[in-house]
Design a protein around this ligand. Sequence first.
Ligand code: SIN
Ligand code: CO
Length: 389
Amino acid sequence: MSSDSPLPMLGGLSAAEFLRDYWQQKPVLIRGAFPDFQCPLDPDELAGLACEEGVEARLVEAQGPWRVSHGPFDEQTFARLPERDWTLLVQAVDHYVPEAAELLEHFTFLPRWRLDDIMISYAPPGGSVGPHVDQYDVFLLQGLGQRRWQLGGRVPDDAPILPGIDLRILERFEVAPGDDWILEPGDMLYLPPGWAHHGVSESDDCLTLSVGFRAPSADEAIASFADFLGDKLPPSLRYADAGMAPPEDAGELDDAAVERMRRLILETLDDPARLAQWFGRVMTQPKYVDQLVPNEQPTDPAELVATLQDGEELLRSPGSRFAWRDLGNDRATLFADGDGAECALPLAQVLASDAPLDAELLEFDGAAELLAALLDAGSLTWADEFEEE
Ligand code: SIN
Ligand code: CO
């Protein structure tokens, strides 16, 4: 589909219009973004997930002072909760519920590697996490029941937050005129980073899906890129001051010295090819590294070929992340779960899409070895093994 076609889930805006006028800039409410929306799971299933080891879950209680507790929870936790004013939040539901993961395919008008996860919240009436700001873009899709959303506009980084709790609740929150809506199932609110918002459940069973995006901060990016470059730089590449003028005062750190250091740092960092290799790796790093289950026995590529030719299919493991970068000459780097491998460009393109992974892939040179390596790393699984789990 062309980026100029109207998308029903964007309220008839085209991807190009949404990206030009709203993405990272201002909120937009889309009534009926998903008409007749079928929520991918019910409140009991969400509570069940929150009781599982390894699933990131939080409970926010708002009666009396704010309280946050972390999962896994058990039946007693839910039995003691009052009839209102609490919220259960479960992270990365798309990793556990295939129907939730399928929703992500509606968001391919954005790069896939920008997507982070789908968090789902459940709340009885009055449940909320308080007025706050997130540092990421989010689509808040109402799954079940009603939630009232109020927006408070852009907030500076240093806006005061309530002290003493493990939540970043804004001390001051003023609703911007008109930015106050009740969302019904299938309605969706897009929020850019840094926009104050407050969502309160208005019904018995309120489920809200947050489709969140990732964007490394400058702080994280610089530290991580420097770390990536670190082991590739020769020890002889260092501060050098051959030919310098004699110092006027031996105690001074002068402009020329600062400039030499600045050049060393900027010229070393300014390496687009290495930067692309690092960037693909960070953006495909899995949210939970221990969710990747590497194979104990290395896969024999010849056996893999035979199995694919028998009609078996491979699946991308839930939570696995893929992206590709064109290297020219019909070659690419395929990034998978924080790693990178060179391969045929069309092979990388298929792997990083949602197309089926079957025997047709074998027409590409080196496919068997790459697929075996991805299987061994845990980024791919055999479809039949996945269904048995
Ligand atoms: C919620 O679902 O209760 C909170 C989601 C958010 O504000 O980011
Ligand atoms: Co939020």
